[in-house]
Ligand binder design. Structure first.
Ligand code: ATP
Ligand code: MG
Length: 407
């Protein structure tokens, strides 16, 4: 990709009202654009990162045998009445249709997936199975804030599993928990499994929290149980399980959340299967979410310095940020250009994605500042100086280490 053609260019100034590192750097770098509170456009650079995150999730979830589908954001009111969430979920957006009636704007998808799964199954032989989607969700959050960490429109991977018995659900739940840790690791994050309250049907749910000062959750570690607990569970500073006195809480961002729904939604939609003996039994369900756009924001919160973002390798928008530094001598500039294009071509052969800053009217300082801001793992410079040594200069964004490599 030529930087001269990239839409848009990085902004010279950070946005004045940014309340977090992810808002500041993602907006300044041209990854996202704010449309209104909690609503963003994902610009080409940002979309590259988001797609990479989504594809890591796809790879890991597909490997567990779940199948991807795509459900609508416009959802029938009756389905939400059936689960008592039309009035029960305070963040639900409700739309009026010109042809009459009201419609829910999807805040989550249990109200769609449960009747959908019911429509195509019946016998015990149809189970277990799991379905997921990666889709935007809409929530009328009172406090949309911290860039893409809490939006009113945001990306989510939501997975739903369907089982005949609790043992099967619990096994799958544990598999997902393990896979989640792997997904976050591949995204360059250390997430910790954290116990939270489970809602009406389970004692606990599990959250996946990334410890960083930018987080809005507080989590406690019990060194005796070797378990993290969400603040909401902890009473009087004591471990809810073993009652050991807990230390100070740590701030963290919730990047994922998994629940054993059991029969909460299957009961609401009368979703049953026929067992081997011809008897009707309720289907057991689990649901498993990851906030994809929040994940990108979290990656920035956990990986930046005073100059900009430091993308972990696997989700960086490009692997190499190539900078050509031109001088006054036209002949030498021509040589620099050819050398730069040769690097782009040879990297392309090895499937290495390069962002090439080919601008002739930008200073070295300007180009270096953009490279630091965009945070691509490897910065490569070609200039009259490096060509004199028949070399390129390679700088690692994370370590700052500089090496020379022969052309
Ligand atoms: P939170 O506790 O942060 O309000 P939640 O528990 O309501 O989130 P879920 O309904 O379990 O979240 O959604 C699954 C995941 O979607 C969350 O773990 C989080 O990563 C992400 N998510 C939830 N709400 C938002 C939001 N408003 N903006 C961005 N991501 C969100
Ligand atoms: Mg939560």
């Amino acid at each position: 990709m030529l930087y001269s053609k990239l839409f848009p260019k990085a902004l010279r100034q950070a946005p004045k009202d940014a309340d977090s590192a992810n808002a500041k750097y993602l907006i300044q770098g041209g990854f996202i654009h704010q449309e209104m509170a909690g609503v963003y456009s994902w610009l080409p650079l940002g979309l590259q990162v988001l797609r990479k995150v989504e594809n890591i999730i796809r790879e890991e979830i597909n490997a567990l045998g779940a199948q991807e589908l795509l459900m609508p954001a416009l959802q029938p009111k009756d389905n939400w009445l059936a689960t008592d969430r039309w009035d029960g979920l305070d963040i639900l957006f409700k739309l009026n249709s010109k042809i009459g009636g009201e419609i829910a704007l999807g805040a989550t998808a249990e109200e769609i997936i449960t009747p959908l799964a019911k429509a195509y199954t019946g016998s015990y032989q149809d189970f277990p199975f799991a379905l997921y989607q990666i889709q935007n969700k809409y929530r009328d959050e009172l406090r949309a804030k911290a860039g893409v960490l809490r939006g009113r429109e945001f990306g989510m991977k939501d997975l739903y599993s369907f089982h005949l018995d609790l043992g099967c659900l619990e096994k799958y739940y544990e598999k997902i928990a393990k896979t989640y840790l792997n997904i976050f690791k591949r995204c360059g994050l250390k997430a910790v499994r954290t116990r939270a309250t489970g809602g009406a049907f389970s004692k606990f749910s599990d959250e996946f929290q990334v410890i960083t000062s930018a987080g809005e959750d507080n989590i406690y570690y019990c060194s005796k149980c070797k378990v993290y607990y969400n603040n909401e569970l902890v009473r009087a500073g004591k471990c809810p399980e073993c009652k050991t006195k807990l230390g100070k809480p740590e701030r963290a961002i919730e990047v994922g959340n998994i629940f054993k729904l059991k029969t909460k939604f299957s009961d609401a939609f009368n979703f049953k299967y026929i067992d081997k003996n011809g008897k009707e039994k309720p289907v057991l369900m689990g649901c498993y979410g990851i906030g994809t756009t929040r994940l990108v924001g979290t990656i920035v919160e956990a990986n930046h310095d005073d100059h900009g973002i430091i993308w972990p390798n696997e989700i960086a928008p490009y692997k190499m940020h190539l900078i050509a530094l031109f001088g006054k001598d036209k002949k030498i500039n021509q040589k620099i250009k050819s050398a730069a294009l040769a690097v782009v071509a040879s990297e392309a052969k090895q499937s290495c994605e390069v962002l090439y800053d080919d601008r002739e009217d930008a200073s070295a300082g300007e180009k270096f500042a953009v490279a630091d801001l965009l945070g691509i793992p490897e910065r490569v410079v070609i200039s009259e100086k490096t060509l004199a040594k028949n070399s390129i200069e390679i700088k690692n964004r994370k370590s700052g280490k500089v090496t020379m490599k022969k052309l």
